[in-house]
Ligand binder design. Structure first.
Ligand SMILES: [Zn+2]
Length: 261
């Protein structure tokens, strides 16, 4: 038995929606086995992310920070998108416009097949030059033991992720706000809702008239303000949502069987 129920209000709004924004966080990735990089992991347990994921740390010891990201990339390369990621892709067949806004840097939404993904905190598979900004492609599945140098200017190459103290990328943020402002439904999934400004995406959607549903194994700040809270894992709840929407589409009067009698 499921420990949650899918509210009729959410199903009806999704069935009628032209546009949905799906806002995801670390919980979505955790269901694929992506660690938070805050636990005990060999030599890296000596460091806090706040001590490595900063421009200061990178400029002080580029090799150390690069090796940490190489370690993280190696782990991410071994995991796969989960049933939750795949359900978000399936929504694209049921709803005209589906945009993913993610705080995750692991590229799993794109690997699953989502076509519109706004990455608020960057993407660990990309890199760029700290001096001139030119993207630097290491190549899929490849790693570089040492810190690569920019082919254009010889500058240090860093991961294309948002570090502590850095602004979100303007273009991704603007696109995310546009998607949220135009959404009929906002689904927040596996996010604690404590990292700002990213966490304001559901509030932006609600203010513009969207229904906000929060899907999370545990309640948090977002579930308190959501119109609907569904306590559960993305990999269970989202496939159920897709199945129910497919049923609604096949039999549109399924939610009001008493009508017409
Ligand atoms: Zn350069």
């Amino acid at each position: 038995m499921s420990s949650y129920a899918l509210p009729r209000l959410l199903l009806e709004r999704l069935a009628a929606a032209d546009s949905v924004v799906v806002f995801t966080g670390a919980g979505m990735s955790a269901e694929s086995g992506v660690p938070t990089f805050r636990g005990a992991e060999g030599i890296w347990s000596r460091f806090k992310p706040e001590e490595l994921a900063t421009m200061d740390a990178f400029l002080r010891n580029p090799q150390l920070v690069w090796e940490w990201y190489t370690h993280r990339r190696a782990i991410i390369a071994t995991v796969q998108p989960n049933a939750g990621h795949r359900a978000v892709v399936a929504l694209e067949k049921l709803i005209p416009r589906v945009a993913v806004v993610t705080q995750n840097i692991d590229n799993l939404h794109r690997r699953a097949g989502s076509t519109v993904v706004h990455e608020l905190h960057g993407n660990i598979e990309r890199n760029y030059c700290v001096t001139c900004g030119t993207p630097h492609d290491i190549g899929p599945g490849k790693t570089s033991a040492g810190v690569p140098r920019c082919a254009s200017c010889g500058g240090l190459v860093r991961p294309d992720v948002v570090w502590f103290g850095e602004m979100l990328p303007d273009d991704e943020w603007d696109a995310a706000v546009r998607a949220a402002s135009g959404a009929d439904v906002c689904l927040s999934v596996g996010t604690s809702g404590v990292v700002y400004p990213a966490a304001s995406i559901p509030a932006i959607a609600r203010k513009a008239g969207a229904l906000h549903a929060d899907v999370n194994p545990e309640p948090g700040p977002l579930s308190e303000t959501a119109d609907v809270f569904i306590k559960g894992l993305a990999g269970a709840v989202l496939p159920d949502l897709v199945t129910r929407l497919e049923e609604l589409r096949a039999r549109p009067n399924i939610t009001s069987p008493e009508e017409g009698h």
